[in-house]
Design a protein around this ligand. Structure first.
Ligand code: DLZ
Length: 169
């Protein structure tokens, strides 16, 4: 079904053999959003921005599945389980890591980024990296509910990557 929609999607050539989807139509796309509950004020706002934009891109409410995990470190496994379930065309993994006094932040943020990339490459299900890695809580606020909500961008990326995958299958 998604493949049929890709055929109808307006595509702009931005270079030799390079196409960019415009007028993203998500009406046949199934999206899973998995969210880490640490820094919940931030992640809740990011999910809201993402969901609102998915709706604007015509993704039906019944095609948006939401679940949560304790922290960002749990995101890669939850994402892999969702990808293997075959129930979604794209997964948005949302979390917020804020730097502390130890090296914990660097260890976790690198592991999560690598873990999410691996899931996408191993399962061929697009995974959107929706993890803010900030030095301060203020930086996280500016990227969620106090400035530009990055969840909006992740929703657009999700629909574009789902359509890209469908066009390649
Ligand atoms: C333990 C921890 C800490 C200190 N900070 C964060 C954070 O800023 N953001 C986040 O998403 N998760 C944090 N966690 C939790 C870990 O991601 C993970 O849930 C635990 O280490 C259990 O595996």
């Amino acid at each position: 079904l998604v493949a049929r929609h890709v055929a109808q999607a307006r595509v702009q050539m931005v270079g030799e053999g390079v196409a960019k989807f415009i007028d993203l139509d998500g009406s046949a796309v199934r999206v899973a959003i998995v969210t880490a509950r640490w820094n919940e004020d931030i992640t809740t706002a990011l999910v809201s921005g993402c969901r609102k934009t998915l709706t604007e891109l015509k993704v039906p409410a019944e095609n948006i599945f939401e679940t949560s995990v304790p922290g960002s470190f749990e995101l890669p496994l939850a994402t892999r389980l969702l990808a293997l379930s075959g129930t979604c065309d794209v997964i948005v993994a949302i979390g917020c890591l804020i730097d502390g006094e130890t090296t914990h932040f660097d260890v976790i943020s690198n592991a999560v980024a690598k873990g999410l990339m691996d899931v996408g490459l191993q399962t061929a299900t697009p995974v959107v990296f929706g993890v803010l890695t900030c030095n301060t809580h203020e930086q996280a606020v500016a990227r969620s509910h106090g400035g530009h909500n990055h969840g909006i961008d992740w929703a657009k990326t999700a629909v574009e990557m789902a359509l890209l995958r469908a066009s390649a299958l």
